[in-house]
Design a protein around this ligand. Sequence first.
Ligand SMILES: Nc1ncnc2c1ncn2[C@@H]1O[C@H](COP(=O)(O)OP(=O)(O)OP(=O)(O)O)[C@@H](O)[C@H]1O
Ligand SMILES: [Mg+2]
Length: 450
Amino acid sequence: MSAGKNILIVDDNLDIGDLITLTLRDSGHHCHQVTTCAEALAYLDTHVPSLILLDVNLPDGNGRDFLKTLKQKNPQQPVMMISAHGSIALAMECIQLGAYDFVEKPFHVDELQMRVAHLFEKDHLEKRIEALEFQLGEKHQFKSLVGKSPVMARVFERIEIAAQSDINVLVTGESGTGKELVSRAIHFNGPRASGPFVAINCSALPAQLLESELFGHEKGSFTGAVAKRIGKFEAAQGGTLFLDEIGEMPMELQSKLLRVLQEREFDRLGSNETVKVTARFVFATNQDLKKQIVEKKFREDLFFRINGLPIEIPPLRQRSEDILPLIQFIASKNAAGKPAGPLEIDPAAAEILFRYPWPGNVRELENFVERTLLLKRGERSLQKEDVISMQTAAEPLSDLNLEAMEKKFFIEALKQSGGHVAKAAGLLGISRDTAYRKLKSYSLQSYTSV
Ligand SMILES: Nc1ncnc2c1ncn2[C@@H]1O[C@H](COP(=O)(O)OP(=O)(O)OP(=O)(O)O)[C@@H](O)[C@H]1O
Ligand SMILES: [Mg+2]
């Protein structure tokens, strides 16, 4: 696992450089030696070493500043410092700046070999984890869909099943829960992705106009039909037709739609020409269709036809685990090319966001984050005062003090990140060091896995 890597040695002491080269060649690695920062930079123009061994004191610069340059060029670059006894403090500083480790001169060859092997092993594991996470993400994240909660995992599973079939899908959920996004995910993650995705809102038009939008019409087929027009059924051929707010479709059109779904063909208005339907159908509603059936506002036979595979998206207040990941996602989308780390979220603010009922669901959260970032003119943090207006609507707070609240908040983040401290820090928008410090001060090490 640790054999055969390319290693760059930057040390002006040629004896030390030679010793390192010999030692690491013994472990099967390839070494390249340079004696100055300038030579190292020239080498890095054309090479990407698996490890750089960097002396703390160099003739044309100090190792600490050079480390910063290296990390700027490639933040993932593993660097190990070589330090003489007198510069241990400097070497420690380098570790804070992202160097992996340091070896002290004079060193024992076994020790050097061991430290290098350890670094490659860790690097290998990290890459493996990243690859696995990527695969998992590809499978379940559907790119723009964020969700860590178990209820959303079930939604993702259904999307996957729906995407691989042509079954009629009914997506339900309150306003702003992501019904349209889910419908797009079904289309774009299946074999129809290269075909059109056509959406029509059934509540936006009066019955006759909606009918001609769906079916298309010949010129002169009704007053106002001044030209032949292709309808949505036809426009969506080979792709997906998304009928949004299906609960609002006028009754008389419902029976016509039912016929199209049963026979998979239709006539353009004012024409006898029969057109075969090759689109698949996805429907969405925030209405309770069963209640509408009882109230005779929705046809029961149409309901059974469109409800081939139901996908119910739970409201945001029932999946508070999704709130922080969504905020970070929205904030990163809104960074507009500026270098943007995660948003730093104050525990007291998060506590309010968790308890706020979010009647407008993800759309409301999105508006809130965008508005707040705009008002804060690029300051990337969420403080209690940013959410103060939500406090009255939030569920009453049991008498927690600030410390207990912060602790609860960390536990929550750790749970969501599977005990992975770096990821928990990412969710909270704080540095890894701060996260470790807090973990220690709250004695939460038992919640960590890494
Ligand atoms: N899981 C999610 N991940 C990322 N963004 C989401 C998610 N769910 C919703 N959104 C975002 O929230 C907003 C609302 O989503 P969408 O329009 O799909 O909701 P909807 O259920 O169709 O709402 P309505 O009932 O009002 O039509 C969109 O900007 C969408 O991108
Ligand atoms: Mg919608």
